[in-house]
Design a protein around this ligand. Structure first.
Ligand SMILES: [Zn+2]
Length: 419
């Protein structure tokens, strides 16, 4: 990539300017993950502040807007945790996001409670659970359920705890799997904690809990949209969601460096590239909000597009670009297989990535609402050793950006030669 470098020097500086791509991306990822954006979710308007940051970048790059602003607003209902978030077991304070996470659909809860253990040995059937619980008068207790035991009755029972079947104060679910957070667009009738069993050595006798929850029924968020004009009416769209999960209480936020500050940064990088290398097609960049709450921003966009979706020649959605050590996976690769074969051929010819793998359709990122409207589209994500996903360790310090430049080159070559 020869950006930022005067023409005469390019022959000598190819290596250096290649490195510039990922260092620019890293700089943008650092910014998007900064505490002032609060994890780009729905607490303290983190996502809106991040949107303003991206708008500012679009402006400074001289990108065009559809209409008089770069943004497109929409509303969603969302459950949030903007205030206190503290949990103690046996009077010992737990670390939020490490020892436990709040189930994102939870209600607020404040107080000190005794526990009631639902042990596999005590539960032979659903009826038995209800019978025993009613005898024990669990209304003022927190129910502890050990989900590590692979007991079918408990598994079935756990599925329905959003409804607070035992009419208890709350539930603690003991897990041996990694804690993985998400966003909820509803509030349950109870409070649920997912607790990592690792490091939990004693029986939990008491739970002190102080959790502020707030249901926001009409949260206003916004997508950011910009473009660089080409020489034909056809459009190529690059998209990436910039939102993430926000705050789990006022002290803890989920930065989302890989998911998806990395893809958002690559879009900014691509905008620089096409500013310097005028594209054949109108080249549109969309940073979606509300992805983590269920593709809300992209669903809104396809219903209210600022241009005809028929003009889209191809959409490339980038999400999770942190580590392409093994390569990339292409969702819709088995559907738009001619385009996929061209992508693969370019990769082999240029010797860029170890693996370019095809997958079928999946409603797992913002390409999907477009795909449902008949827009040819790929969702590209990287695969490597990076394992932090929807947790407090998905931070800029941890992301390697392995083969970032190779992915960048593959994508730009595909648009240039493969469409
Ligand atoms: Zn995500």
């Amino acid at each position: 990539m020869l950006r930022f470098v005067p023409f005469l020097f390019t022959l000598f500086l190819v290596g250096i300017s290649n490195a510039q791509n990922s260092s620019y991306a890293k700089e943008m990822i650092d910014s998007l993950c900064a505490p002032r954006y609060h994890g780009r979710g729905y607490v303290f308007q983190g996502d809106l502040k991040a949107a303003s940051f991206i708008e500012k970048q679009c402006k400074s790059k001289g990108l065009n807007s559809f209409g008089d602003s770069y943004t497109q607003s929409f509303k969603l209902g969302v459950n949030t945790f903007p205030g206190d978030m503290s949990v103690k077991f046996n009077r010992k304070l737990l670390q939020t996001g490490v020892d436990y996470q709040i189930n994102p659909g939870s209600q607020n809860l404040n107080g000190s409670f005794k526990t009631y253990y639902l042990k596999p040995s005590m539960v032979k059937s659903q009826e038995k659970i209800f019978k025993t619980a009613s005898k024990k008068k669990v209304q003022n207790r927190v129910i502890v359920i050990d989900e590590t035991s692979e007991n079918a009755v408990i598994e079935e029972f756990s599925k329905g705890i959003n409804q607070n079947p035992l009419n208890a104060k709350g539930y603690v679910l003991l897990k041996d799997k990694k804690l993985t957070w998400w966003a909820s667009r509803r509030t349950y009738n109870t409070t649920i904690l997912d607790v990592s069993i690792e490091g939990l050595h004693k029986k939990i006798k008491t739970v002190d809990i102080n959790i502020d929850q707030e249901w926001v029924s009409e949260y206003q968020s916004k997508n950011v949209v910009a473009f660089i004009p080409g020489q034909s009416d056809s459009m190529v769209i690059f998209s990436a969601h910039f939102d993430h999960l926000g705050r789990m209480g006022k002290e803890t936020y989920i930065a989302g460096a890989s998911d998806n500050a990395s893809g958002s940064a690559m879009l900014l990088d691509l905008a620089d590239y096409y500013s310097e290398n005028p594209p054949k097609y109108n080249t549109v960049f969309i940073w979606f909000a509300g992805e983590e709450a269920g593709l809300v921003g992209s669903k809104y966009f396809v219903e209210n597009p600022p241009f005809s979706l028929d003009n889209i020649k191809f959409l490339l959605n980038l999400d999770l670009m942190a580590d392409a050590k093994k390569g990339i996976t292409v969702v819709n690769g088995t559907i738009f297989n001619e385009a996929f074969d061209r992508l693969k051929a370019i990769n082999e010819r240029e010797g860029l990535l170890n693996q370019v793998k095809a997958r079928g359709a999946a409603a797992n990122s913002d390409h999907y609402p477009f795909y449902e409207k008949g827009v040819p589209s790929f969702f590209i994500y990287t695969e490597g050793d990076y394992k932090h996903y929807h947790d407090i360790n998905d931070v800029p310090e941890n992301i390697p950006l392995t083969n970032y430049d190779q992915v960048f080159e593959l994508i730009t070559s595909f648009v240039k030669e493969g469409l």
